[in-house]
Design a binder for this molecule. Sequence first.
Ligand SMILES: NC(=O)c1ccc[n+]([C@@H]2O[C@H](COP(=O)([O-])OP(=O)(O)OC[C@H]3O[C@@H](n4cnc5c(N)ncnc54)[C@H](O)[C@@H]3O)[C@@H](O)[C@H]2O)c1
Length: 303
Amino acid sequence: MDRFRGQVAFITGGASGIGLGLARALAAEGMRIALADVRADELRRAVGGLAAEGVSALAVDLNVVDRDAWAAAADRVERELGPVRVLCSNAGVNLVGSTESATFEDWDFCLGVNLGGAINAVRTFAPRLIALGAGGHIVITASVSGLFTSGGAGCYVTSKFALVGLAESLRADLAPHGIGVSVLCPGPVKSDLFESTVAVRPQALAATGSVSVTPPGVRREDTPIFATALGGEEVGRQVVRGIRRNDLYILTHPEIRPVLEARAAALLASLPDEPVDARRVAATQALLDASLYVREAAKPPPR
Ligand SMILES: NC(=O)c1ccc[n+]([C@@H]2O[C@H](COP(=O)([O-])OP(=O)(O)OC[C@H]3O[C@@H](n4cnc5c(N)ncnc54)[C@H](O)[C@@H]3O)[C@@H](O)[C@H]2O)c1
């Protein structure tokens, strides 16, 4: 997709951080913005801030877990702004803690928002984009935690790996409709993630195991990881470029290369050391179609 001007973008988790950066970057391309979030006050503040910068955005109160609310939100945006051409499924929460210590409530909360919210987004907007018949693009925010892990965040990592699978599958299935799909896998970005996770956690799934805050007495702004993190606007610009190029993966941090290489090498090293069975190759040809990845690998690296 390369014509943004006058088109509508729907962004979840838009009240701060990456979502707000996406809004700024897409608005700079002339898009009209529907900004959805469950934190009503922060959402209003974000929309007010955008207005002060000359960007008019529609505030959409939406809990991405609430399936019934999705259709109403989409209908309202179509009525007030027009058909949605770019969907950014970006809302998320982050739990930190060892995988085995995560409780059922931790799993339900984290997978419910991160994966369930994205499924609801896709289920709502993919049929509308297909029916519109004018192309479009879906961006799903995963994370570098959807590509590898060093432990300590099992719920989050599981949800983000699932989002990469969702995006890859969706890309293959929507390509015949001329609709692009990208999965955004950022490294550290300045945002409200830890505070917002605490704020949005429902009582029914109250914190019992994994936590979502920096250690007591440590100001997040003082941590090296936060000090060197990207800003949301920079990520937004990278996403605009990724949509334009119809990139499958939008990666923000070249520093992750050694880990990606190590993981790919570990997978390849795990293949059974035996000859390939030509009959099995013929029988599973459709499953072994690698064109989705081959095309991406052949693209020049983004600049
Ligand atoms: N900040 C990072 O370093 C980083 C890195 C990789 C991926 N991510 C991902 O980026 C996305 C955006 O996070 P961020 O870092 O900008 O944090 P953020 O807190 O600034 O933004 C997340 C937004 O999602 C909203 N949200 C949470 N639950 C919701 C729900 N049920 N319904 C609607 N909105 C909900 C929050 O209110 C918040 O505004 C998340 O999916 C996160 O996992 C962040």
